[in-house]
Structure formats: C-alpha cells, structure tokens
Design a protein around this ligand. Sequence first.
Ligand SMILES: [Zn+2]
Length: 261
Amino acid sequence: MTGIYRRLTAAAAVLATLTIGLAGTPAGAAPPDTGSKLAAVDNGDVYTVEYLANGQIRVGLHEPAGSPEALRRSLRAQGNNVLAAGETPPGGGMGILACVTYGTAAQWCNHAWSYGPFNDPQVYFLDYTPAGFPVTDAVADWYQSPGIDAYYRWNTQGCPGGGRHCVAVRTYNAGPDEFGVTYWNANAPEGPVSVYLASHMAGTNQARKSTCHELGHALGLDHNSSTNSCMKQGRIAAGWSLHPSSQDFEVLNRVYPKPGT
Ligand SMILES: [Zn+2]
C-alpha cells in the first residue's frame, strides 16, 4: 500500500462521516460545517462549490483574467456559490488529503487519481476544442512528468476504460474576467474531472498557457507562485512560462510515488 493510498483511505473514512451529514441535504444547499481538516481558501483562488444529490461536492477552480475578486463577483452574479477569500469551505470540500508542496509548486490538496492496475495513474485528455486550443501541445508538456501518465485523444476516440481515467477538455463562452475552470468532485479520486477553456482566448499565447494550467489542475496540481510555471494563475506577461516547471513535475512525482517506493 502506498502513502497515497493510505491517505485516500483516510479521506474515504472522512467522506463516510460527511455523507451522514449530507443525507437529506437538498442539492445546492451547504451542509453543516464539520469543523475538521478544512483548509481556508487562498486569497487568490476562486472556487465555486456545488453540493450534489449523490453527496459529493463538486468544486470548480476558476482562473481569473484580472483580479480574483472581480471574477468572484462575476460568478456570483451568474448564480454560483462562490467561496470568499479566506473562507473555510463548508462540508469538507477541500483540504482532506495531506498536501504536497515542493519549492513554489503545490498539490491541489483534495485531489489525487487512483492507480488502477498501473504503476502510474493513467489520464487521457479527450479533446473537444476547436482550432486555436493547443491541447496536444499541453498534453505533450505533461507527458514529461514522471509521476503520472498523461495521454491525448480526440474526443471521438472515447475513453479506453480498464482503470484509465478520462478528462474532457471543452471550450465555453466565458466572460472577460475568466480564462478557464477545472471541476473535480471533492474526495473522488476517480473523478469525474472536466476542463473548460474560455473561447475568447483562441489562438493566443494565453490559450497555450491556460490550457497547460487547467490540465495541470486536472492532474492534481494547485497553483505555482512562480512565473516559471504555467501553473501560476492569471494573465501572462513578458517572460512568463507557457509550460510546467520541474517543481510541478516533482510535486506530481511525490503525490504519485511508484508502488513499493
Ligand atoms: Zn488555476
């Protein structure tokens, strides 16, 4: 049993406790705060939270094009349940797993893929995007990570199954405040995970960077505070990398250790 599996088992025990609290909670309403193992939302992170009828908590991590607070206001105006800066999420939506950090890179704490029968988790990105969104290039970036295997498929090729995970990558009509969003059901390592890229970015370097960024979230990474990494969130400027950094790879390597190590 690897460290990550031990952590996931612990997370499952927490989820079982939370599920009791969620029973009978109408979809969209916040369950009682359990008060344990909850992480406050970073000031820069923009989260939407949905409480699903099956007891899972669907979180969306949104990438702001300008200030995080402007995007929060915009998302609230669209009817979303948006966590405030510094807010502790109700119901255990985040911070369940031990959180790996390395240098300026970090794990998205409550998310980690299961291995299935493989030595590394297998994640297939199913591309639904039109021209101008370099999903193939971004997957090629992440394929270099030793901890997890990222593969590209055009959407019509479908999901291969057999313990392999699939993440649909789509575009959407985002407002000018937003570049993209990655959704993941908290405490559900098998997913579902989905990625949406703002269609207004098509053909730009911002699209290259934000595609890399959202795919990194889908693999299990949180933000990197360095402009050496596409995992730094926000609008790119001169000198800003459009690719992952070696520290992003190292976090994935530690989140997904080889079995027996
Ligand atoms: Zn992000």
